[in-house]
Ligand binder design. Structure first.
Ligand SMILES: OCc1cccc(Br)n1
Length: 445
């Protein structure tokens, strides 16, 4: 609801041109480019969304963790040409340290697991919701920050971990009213690409770079992908082999190409069997072209997509069994996903599933005369101590108070008046039923 101007305190008129010289020039009230404010209505939606993130994490028995948004740049220096490492929001701090506003959360998770060392018992299942940043030339007008829900499992080498993470994603969608007719989850494994490169004797050391290039499949032309693969050192016959495999959409066809004794086929078969048992196989589809764009994935990868094909990937993740050794530690098998706060909201809008989240207050306490402000404070305190949300209003006309009560969806109006007070009472109006009654101050609850 929009309050008309006379209802709210009159905003000061902006200074006239002549006054500007004495007055501060109005600052730019927008947040930095690519970033967002969250005024109350947007914050209610964000809290609603994050509430579902948290509740699903709880249901899957994950523990919440958190990290600084600021991290050492060294955590994100990777040589595989990922977009995410080419858009680091990086700078040198006043102590000469190279730092970044983190572009993702997985490296922080790995850092903490290493730091905790033997004090954590495996497997461990952690989740966090945190803001992530990128510095992208604003030519594309894209955002520079978003909030990401991450769930990660350390210490489980079998695809049970991937199955658990995908279950979390499915439960989350179901809670929002999104069905497998709206969204699918494409699944594959980087071991598919690894097997193909081995078939053509392509050196392992360019594997991550090849995956980052292959992730552009469908985003840039086939010719551009082939050109980038060739520049990375992939022979023409290997490029042909990769392109053939990427188009596979059935595990049986994959088995024909790779044989039945490879890990890729075994992992994916097991994952699809587990999906049947969880009851979410209708969400899954094998798609060999899915590799995801992060260098450190080593096994199963997955991403959720809107079946109408209007939006970018909704979330995505995969297995990263060798990330810790890139930080000089012993490897621990791991897998996880990131779920951003932007595409999901676009999807909810598309599907008409955005919740109608109104502001709500239990009580408005209003002194009918100025000198009753002290009594009104006492009454507000008593109600707040009982856990009721109270909006203590004064210096307003009663007409304004009724409109305000409607605007903020107050349940009750508690009117503090002289005649009632002399009898130790206050007057209560229940706004939904129009019921009105007097109650002893000590019995107000
Ligand atoms: O998903 C890539 C990404 C990373 C950081 C910030 C934003 Br917006 N987007």
């Amino acid at each position: 609801s929009t309050a008309s101007r006379e209802d709210t305190d009159e905003m000061a008129d902006p200074p006239s041109a002549g006054e500007l010289s004495e007055q501060q020039q109005l600052i730019d009230v927008n947040p930095p480019r690519g970033t967002r404010d969250f005024p109350p209505e947007d914050m209610r939606l964000r809290n609603w969304l994050f509430g579902h993130f948290r509740e699903v994490s709880r249901i899957l028995s994950f523990e919440e963790v958190d990290f600084p948004v600021l991290e050492s740049e060294s955590l994100f220096i990777r040589k595989a040409g990922e977009e995410i490492t080419q858009q680091l929001y990086n700078f040198e701090d006043k102590g000469g340290r190279r730092v970044v506003l983190r572009p993702e959360i997985t490296p922080s998770l790995a850092r903490l697991v290493i730091k905790q060392g033997k004090s954590v018992s495996l497997p461990l299942k952690w989740f966090t919701i945190g803001q992530c940043w990128r510095y992208e030339r604003m030519t594309r007008g894209r955002r520079r920050e978003h909030y990401q829900w991450n769930m990660d499992i350390f210490g489980v080498s079998k695809v049970r971990a991937e199955a658990e993470l995908i279950h979390a994603i499915v439960l989350f969608f179901e809670r929002l009213g999104i069905t497998s007719s709206d969204v699918g989850i494409r699944v594959s494994s980087r071991k598919v690409l690894q097997a193909v490169l081995q078939m053509y004797c392509i050196p392992e050391k360019i594997f991550a770079e090849v995956c980052v290039i292959v992730d552009k499949w469908g985003k840039i032309t086939k010719e551009e992908v082939e050109k980038e693969l060739s520049l990375a050192g992939v022979t023409p016959e290997a490029v042909k082999g990769i392109v053939e495999v990427l188009s596979l959409k059935s595990l049986d066809k994959l088995e024909e190409v790779l044989g039945s004794d490879g890990e890729a086929v075994a992992d994916l078969k097991k994952l699809f069997e587990l999906a049947e048992q969880y009851g979410y196989s209708q969400w899954l589809t094998f798609d060999a072209s899915i590799v995801r764009g992060l260098a450190y994935y080593t096994g199963v990868v997955f991403e959720a997509f809107d079946r109408e094909g209007k939006l970018r990937a909704i979330c995505g993740g995969g297995r990263y069994d060798r990330l810790l050794s890139t930080f000089g530690s012993d490897d621990i098998p791991a897998c996880g996903f990131g779920f951003g706060d932007a595409v999901i909201v676009e999807l909810l809008k598309e599907k008409g599933l955005l919740p109608d989240l109104m502001r709500q207050v239990d009580d408005i306490v209003f002194p009918l005369d100025e000198e009753l402000d002290g009594q009104a404070s006492k009454i507000a305190t008593a109600l707040r101590q009982k856990g009721r949300s109270v909006d203590l209003v004064e210096e307003k006309r009663l007409k304004w108070v009724f409109k305000h009560a409607e605007r903020i969806n107050a349940s009750r109006l508690v009117l503090v008046g002289n005649s009632e007070l002399q009898r130790g009472m206050v007057r209560v109006k229940v706004l939904s039923t129009r019921e009105e009654y007097e109650v002893k101050i000590g019995e107000l609850s």
